[in-house]
Design a protein around this ligand. Structure first.
Ligand code: ZN
Length: 443
């Protein structure tokens, strides 16, 4: 492996596909052998499947490697070496950072990184930020609680790596953060989409500051779908008069994709990650654009606790056109379109909660908050949607209602019991919003 600060190489972004694939295959062979040799978990997984390092000769051979699911990672946790279990490929002495997943979908997963891995995190974020136009002249504010969640930690180091000036906005409250951004004339910041909208609200309503006048040029959002949903992106960009770019990643994977300044979809960071799309029903690899499937992803350089053919359950689809920016890293259409876990059947219809968000946030008379609850009345599913009317919109309620009903019917094929709440009365979320509640499940 290369040393710190020596391998961020934007040239890789424009490599012809064949060269890029060759590079990915080479890296895959290397990480596969590394895990086979050094992790008891991977060794027995691969041994049981009858596959060993010498068997990966071509790109197609990669499909033979068994996938790893989150449930498997939970099973081995809290075992020796504590707390990571036997997926670890390095002695504990080489682990330099602990992080964990948020546990949105169950028991949190612990994640070990070595110093080399940490540099790799910053490297992958550097691709993202550079592509979004971050340069040495930027003063980047990070309004997030630095803690056990990886969130924007690596973004901090990546921005420094690019030569930006970074302002950590850790334990400040939202008002203090906005005032600090104003005082220091920050040019960019990063947050979850929910928080980007929440900050704009607080600036306007509590501080009397118009966020559009703060001269923020770019905002990078991560942690939730948002920039990939046109209605949500437009709200954020209008609120701040800034460009909003999507970035995607996960604790156990890494920062694997981002939008570039052209905003034409998510580029997969193919220098560091191999993304495969699998048909949800058949498991067959989808290479052509226009067909949705679930993501199987490999972090090609992550060493301490590797991520090899991880079944991420994100629903994605290849874009048919390359990006105008000239990068050859493949584009995903519409970012992450949902999670295989989240897509649920309501009244016999497949529903992705992000579709509801898209409708609510495309109606300017409503605030950005909403809440969806699915219950069962006898054998029949019942779906309720709470939204907030903006102050002064009571008089237009009927036409807003009609718009909402029509749009929801068109985008989701479902009818909803709609309830209008007072602006500001629904819960606000800083991280990992939980706006979709399925109360039909027992657990
Ligand atoms: Zn691009």
């Amino acid at each position: 492996m290369q040393k710190a600060n020596q391998y961020w190489n934007p040239v890789v972004e424009t490599l012809p596909r064949e060269k890029l694939q060759k590079l990915q295959l080479k890296k895959f062979q290397k990480i596969f052998k590394w895990a086979y040799d050094n992790s008891r978990f991977h060794h027995s997984l691969y041994k049981n499947a009858g596959i060993e390092p010498g068997d990966i000769k071509t790109f197609d051979d990669i499909k033979k490697v068994p996938k790893v699911e989150k449930a498997m990672m939970r099973d081995i946790q809290a075992k020796d070496p504590y707390p990571y279990g036997d997926m670890l490929c390095v002695p504990l002495e080489q682990v330099t950072t602990y992080r964990q997943t948020s546990g949105t979908t169950g028991q949190p997963v612990y994640q070990a990184d070595s110093l080399q891995d940490w540099d790799w995190w910053a490297e992958s974020w550097a691709y993202c930020l550079y592509g979004q136009g971050y340069r040495k002249t930027d003063r980047v504010f990070l309004p997030f609680g630095y803690n056990v969640f990886v969130a924007f930690w690596a973004a901090h180091y990546a921005a420094e790596k690019l030569g930006c000036e970074v302002v950590p906005g850790g334990v400040l409250n939202t008002e203090q953060r906005i005032l600090k951004m104003q005082e220091l004339r920050a040019t960019a910041f990063m947050a979850t989409p929910t928080y980007v909208l929440g900050m704009a609200d607080i600036a306007r309503n509590k501080l009397g500051i118009d966020p559009r006048e703060l001269n923020i040029k770019r905002i990078t959002v991560a942690g939730e779908p948002g920039a990939g949903i046109p209605g949500t992106r437009k709200r954020m960009e209008d609120a701040w008069d800034a460009k909003v770019y999507d970035q995607v990643g996960a604790t156990e994977i890494g920062a694997w994709g981002n939008e570039c300044a052209y905003q034409s979809g998510l580029h997969v960071n193919e220098a560091f990650f191999l993304v495969e799309i699998e048909d949800i029903d058949t498991g067959i690899t989808i290479n052509e654009p226009g067909r949705k499937g679930k993501m199987v992803i490999t972090a090609l350089d992550r060493m301490a606790q590797p991520c090899i053919r991880f079944d991420a359950k994100d629903i994605i689809e290849w874009n048919s056109e390359p990006c105008e920016c000239g990068r050859t890293f493949r584009l995903l259409k519409g970012g992450i379109q949902g999670r295989a876990d989240d897509i649920t059947k309501v009244k016999g219809v497949l529903l992705a909660p992000t579709a509801i968000e898209e409708v609510v946030r495309s109606i300017p008379e409503l605030t950005y908050e909403y809440e969806v609850t699915v219950t069962k009345r006898g054998d029949i599913d019942d779906i309720s949607l709470k939204v907030e009317l903006k102050p002064g919109q009571e008089v237009n309620k009927e036409s807003i209602h009609q718009k909402l009903v029509d749009q929801l019917r068109m985008k989701t094929n479902l009818g909803y019991n709609i309830e209008y709440c007072e602006a500001g009365s629904l819960p606000r979320w800083d991280v990992k919003a939980r706006r979709f509640k399925d109360l039909r499940k027992k657990e």
